[in-house]
Design a binder for this molecule. Structure first.
Ligand code: URA
Length: 189
């Protein structure tokens, strides 16, 4: 078993897929390394690539607000992506890229050991829950996988493009808040 620092230094040097050629920085992930909840996006965008941090652009600002709306701070959870290097022009990661990179995510999740996994958008949900995941039909549903409770909601960038999705996303976040509270109570007890 690696430590998170060891894993990060391995990922920072990764050249296993062509995305390393066009990256400025690897975006490993950040937050509470002992978090009960991990948010997983698709891959770094322009600002994330420049800064080496996940969700720092417009979508990230919206994500921060949504996390705050359920009574948490960004620093209390852990935030990362399916692929750790920016796909050129923000295209979706290719299957061969995500298939390689997800191994790092698996390690990350094992080390952080959260109870709740939140998939942000269809790319994350398809890689984590089900290859054929339909975000409009299956968002907001809890899936139990071993010790993990997993849910998918709309990607914050989708909410910026289409305001009408915000109501459903808020329902999902309320459900996340309830699950998070229950887990906190179980851990105290
Ligand atoms: N979109 C993502 O999926 N991840 C980020 O880190 C930023 C934008």
């Amino acid at each position: 078993m690696y430590t998170l620092e060891e894993l990060e230094s391995i990922v920072n040097k990764c050249k296993r897929c062509p995305l390393h050629r066009t990256r400025t920085n690897v975006v490993f992930g950040e937050g509470n390394t002992k978090a009960n909840m991990i948010f997983i996006g698709e891959g770094p965008g322009f600002y994330e690539d420049k800064m080496g941090r996940p969700f720092v652009g417009r979508a990230g600002q919206l994500l921060d607000k949504m996390i705050e709306a359920i009574g948490l701070r960004r620093e209390e959870v852990y935030i990362t992506n399916i692929v750790k290097c920016r796909p050129p022009n923000n295209r979706n990661p290719l299957e061969e890229e995500s298939d390689i990179c997800i191994e790092f995510l698996r390690w990350q999740v094992k080390i952080i050991d959260p109870t709740i996994i939140v998939c942000l958008g269809a790319v994350a949900a398809r890689n984590i829950i089900d290859r054929n995941f339909k975000i409009t039909r299956q968002r907001g549903i809890w899936f139990n996988r071993g010790k993990y409770s997993i849910i998918a909601t709309y990607h914050p960038a989708a909410l910026l493009r289409d305001q009408s999705k915000k109501r459903e996303a808020w329902e999902d976040f309320k459900s996340i808040r309830e699950k998070y509270k229950k887990i906190a109570i179980n851990m105290e007890g």
